[in-house]
Design a protein. Sequence first.
Length: 370
Amino acid sequence: RLRLHDGKLIKDRRYHLRTYPNCFVAKELTDWLIDHKEAPDRETGIRLMQKLMDHYIIHHVCDEHSDYKDAKLLYRFRKDDGTFPLSKDVKVFMRGQSLYEKLVSVEESILKVREENSVKYQRTFLGCEMIDWLVQEGEVENRQEAVELGRALLEHGIIQHVSNRHHFFDSDILYHFWINFRRRRRLTELLNENSSRALSESPDSPFCLRKLNPEPGNTSFLSVQTNKEIKIVSAVRRSSITSLSGNSNPYFSAAPTLVFPPVAECNPKSVLKRPVTNEELLSPGAPYVKKTLTIVGDAVGWGFVVRGGRPCHIQAVDPGGPAAAAGMKVCQFVFSVNGVYVLHLDYQTISSLIMTGPRTLVMEVMEAIE
């Protein structure tokens, strides 16, 4: 984004007697990606920009196009118009980056190469050293707040104990920054990651059903299939952007990236008796009634599964979850999410809308009249 500003590709542009600030022309940006070796061809450039759209980093200036089109259309970075969703995860990641930059730029930094059990580690520090530094620099008010910050950084994969055995403590335990924020990353790295299409299938998704028995030590979700079979899925917090699957570390799996966790098969078979079109839903006299549901998510999620596309439907509802309490039922069709009309969208896009929105979710659904 900053390079595009410097190159004057991002600027105020006038179209149909209206001025759109800080935007770029999609076709010009695709040319720029190829000229600056960020993409080998136009197809790859389009895929890269679509990836940024999927993650709410760029959008069409009027939100009339959900896909990135290699044409003379105007798009804008959400950071340039204040619509970039600053979730808890993003805030923690940005705080970690800020602390890292501050630490590596000072003389006599606490970040050093250290050795433990004959293994050398880069960018290491002692837990008590980090807490001393945070308090001295005014980054936190007290040591307890510093411990909480350290734990948040560790849980988001920004720092870790050098051998993955401890959480963050005010002690002489050795930690290091797991992410090297100064490594130059190329856009094409995004295409080597898992697709965001796995979002609503993943154990990190808010659409996996709620934790059944949330006592300490219980680490599984029960996801109820349409055929009443029960499948165990790894349990993680709703707010986490990392997955615990495939890793023995009890606190996090890896550095957070602009991707979602691996697929966990959830409710693959539709509960609908037959396909329903938007035309059928919206036709005059159709046997459907619209309802507005206000769902206040808990610490785990909202307690429902959405599937399909154009229109999407409710695939499953946790009987003891927030969605059920709000009146959500299986086979309802999703009309809008937080005021955004979504009948024309697929479930992956709706998943992203909900994930980046507030915990209090307002949905309009269409329910068949008995």
